[in-house]
Write a protein that binds this ligand. Structure first.
Ligand code: EPU
Length: 418
């Protein structure tokens, strides 16, 4: 097991560069197998989710080469092999091979996806979308078999603007006959990143980033390149850290419009920052006041910022109310923050946080990726030593975390323990 050890309380100065977006790259890699030629993806973060997806591409007979942060995939000879349980289970995003393989080979065999344990996380909208395109789905001992003799474009209204369902349906529909219209589509930047990649291959997708996406199916997808957008969740995590303990700290390589909802809330709490074209600068951390935050689909306050933000809320004077609306179980960090000295009470999907409380270093457990990030922030501002067990969760989504934080003055290391 990996453990992150942090000695807290050091002010952070310098620059933290933001890597490529995890939630984009986990869809771009599966999307690559739709191409009948070679594609290349740049600004790919070196995170463990990426490694699992590359293994799956190789099982499907794709040829993958990696150089620095560029992944090149030759998918000329893709075959529809079974995606084994040990890989499908490693991350939720393995489900993007459902849409991609269905589009490319009209046949998929995959075990059900894994990922962070933050609620039910059903995939019924994905399945309904594939069925609307003409696919038949059956389940056999935990294995999902999806087959279509032909895929035919359809109008698909989503009950909820799900990021995963929007992208997965788009992946299948690019090679369907005729036009597909996804209504109530997710508007997250990740959807735009994937649509741009597919369009670069010759797909005909319009409306990505709005709530109606139209896809005119094509027969052949050629070679293409794409750059992964900067990770707005990683940027948000470090920005929150800057608000807590930054001193002349710059977060670089960001797209400001992607983090607007967070910037607004930080401003409301009293955080001062300077926004440049692709960076945010925090001169000093200041006294903070309580705020209320409710998560929402894009462009609202992203659910993935919620757990890191709750660490900030422990340092705001007064009672803050945080409400999670996307997932029913994203509260795994709360008992551990309380163990560190926070005053947080969970009621259903709300957390009441009374601050400001001093945090003390102790042993904690990362129950999921963003819970781990919130504990890491807590450790960096706490007195004494914090040990975060199950740190593998954090490595799923944050590239070079120890290096990036050490470079700005944090005392942090990662060790392997029994
Ligand atoms: N939902 C269903 N049925 C479906 C699909 C979704 O009920 O078929 C529900 C989910 O259970 C959840 C809600 O709808 O309650 C949101 O799900 P959505 O499909 O939008 O999210 P996702 O695609 O599963 C991605 C990211 C998440 C991020 C959300 C929201 C990946 C692999 N995951 O999840 O990232 O929170 O979008 O932006 O891209 C993370 O990075 O820590 C993370 C969890």
């Amino acid at each position: 097991m990996k453990q992150i050890i942090i000695e807290g309380g050091y002010e952070l100065s310098g620059t933290i560069p933001i890597s490529g977006m995890k939630n984009s790259v986990v869809a771009l890699l599966p999307a690559a197998i739709l191409s009948d030629e070679e594609t290349s993806i740049s600004n790919v973060p070196n995170i463990s989710d990426k490694a699992a997806l590359i293994e799956i591409i190789k099982i499907l007979n794709g040829k993958v080469t990696e150089l620095n942060n560029v992944v090149t995939i030759n998918s000329e000879n893709i075959i529809s092999n079974l995606i084994p349980e040990n890989l499908a289970n490693k991350l939720r995003a393995s489900y993007y091979f459902m849409g991609a393989l269905l589009g490319r080979k009209k046949h998929v065999e995959i075990y059900f996806p894994g990922g962070c344990n933050i609620g039910n996380r059903k995939i019924d909208y994905h399945i309904k979308g594939f069925e609307a395109l003409g696919a038949k789905i059956k389940e056999e001992n935990g294995k999902c078999i999806i087959h279509a003799d032909r895929l035919i474009g359809a109008t698909i209204p989503l009950e909820f603007a799900s990021v995963g369902a929007t992208i997965n349906i788009m992946l299948a529909a690019v090679k369907a006959e005729g036009v597909t219209e996804i209504q109530n589509a997710a508007k997250e930047p990740d959807v735009i990143n994937i649509a741009n990649f597919l369009n670069n291959m010759g797909a005909k997708i319009t409306g990505a980033g709005t709530n109606t996406i139209k896809i005119e199916g094509v027969n052949y997808l050629h070679k293409a390149k794409i750059e992964v957008f900067p990770d707005r969740i990683e940027a948000g995590t470090y920005l929150i850290l800057g608000a807590l303990i930054g001193k002349n700290l710059t977060i670089s390589n960001i797209i400001p419009s992607h983090i607007e909802a967070l910037l607004e809330k930080l401003q409301e709490a009293g955080v001062t920052y300077k926004l440049g074209t692709n960076e945010v600068f925090i001169e000093n951390h200041v006294s903070l006041k309580s705020i209320n935050v409710t998560t929402a689909v894009y462009p609202g306050f992203v659910t993935d910022w919620g757990q890191p933000l709750s660490t900030l809320l422990t340092q705001c004077s007064g009672v803050s109310i945080f409400e999670e609306t996307i997932y029913e179980n994203r509260m795994g960090h709360v008992p551990y923050l309380n163990r560190m000295g926070a005053n947080m009470i969970v009621e259903d999907r709300k957390i009441y946080i009374t601050g400001k409380t001093e945090l003390k270093g102790t042993d904690v457990i990362a129950t999921d990726l963003r819970a781990g990030a919130s504990l890491m922030l807590a450790g960096l501002i706490a007195n004494g030593i914090t040990k975060i067990n199950n740190a593998e969760h954090i490595l799923r989504g944050y590239e070079k975390i120890v290096e990036k934080l050490s470079n700005v003055g944090a005392k942090i290391q990662i060790v392997d323990i029994e």
